[in-house]
Design a binder for this molecule. Structure first.
Ligand SMILES: [Zn+2]
Length: 179
């Protein structure tokens, strides 16, 4: 696996470009934000996470989608239960995943953050394949964008009271950083 011009390349990596992104205002890349997602919530597999992040979710497919299909959202990476990685937005660009947020006093984490979504729920153990893929990708991102250093945060940490993902099920001891 390697990163070429902001895109991850390698076996087991899918690239699904979306229009849901814009430029990073300062060009800074200095944080990784971890998320959990499944669509509909609690159901794994299926095309719906891709469709959400490319802006093509159909509200007729599930009642839950009615409330979210109009939102313009994206992330840089999504890691499914099998550890397959999908990239939607170049790391050099700003994806729209964190919302109103701050990390160590620095507001708007999307401006300088890389979003990584893990397929799951707050209370379902994430898979070994997901932790392996996540560790590989975090190592590569830290080597490519050295300002990240050890700055890896959960969505719940950068948007407390508003977000809970990736939830209590996420085991921080399984990633190679102390958080
Ligand atoms: Zn999130």
């Amino acid at each position: 696996m390697r990163i070429i011009s902001g895109w991850l390349e390698g076996s087991g990596v899918r690239q699904v470009p979306t229009k849901n992104f814009n430029a990073r205002p300062q060009g800074e890349i200095s944080l990784i934000v971890l998320h959990g997602i499944s669509l509909p919530p609690g159901k794994f597999g299926g095309p719906f996470v891709d469709r959400l992040f490319v802006g093509d979710l159909d509200p007729k497919d599930d009642p839950y989608f009615e409330g979210i299909y109009k939102l313009e959202l994206s992330t840089h990476l999504f890691i499914n239960r099998q550890g397959v990685i999908t990239q939607y937005v170049s790391f050099l660009d700003r994806a729209w995943h964190a919302g109103r947020s701050s990390y160590q006093g620095q507001i708007e984490c999307n401006d300088f953050g890389i979003g990584i979504e893990l397929e799951g729920t707050d209370t379902t153990e994430y898979t070994q394949e997901q932790y392996e893929a996540l560790n590989k990708v975090i190592g590569l991102l830290r080597a490519t964008y050295p300002d990240i250093k050890d700055r890896v945060a959960s969505h719940s940490e950068v948007a407390p009271g508003r977000k809970t993902d990736p939830g209590e099920a996420f085991d921080y001891h399984k990633i190679g950083l102390r958080l």
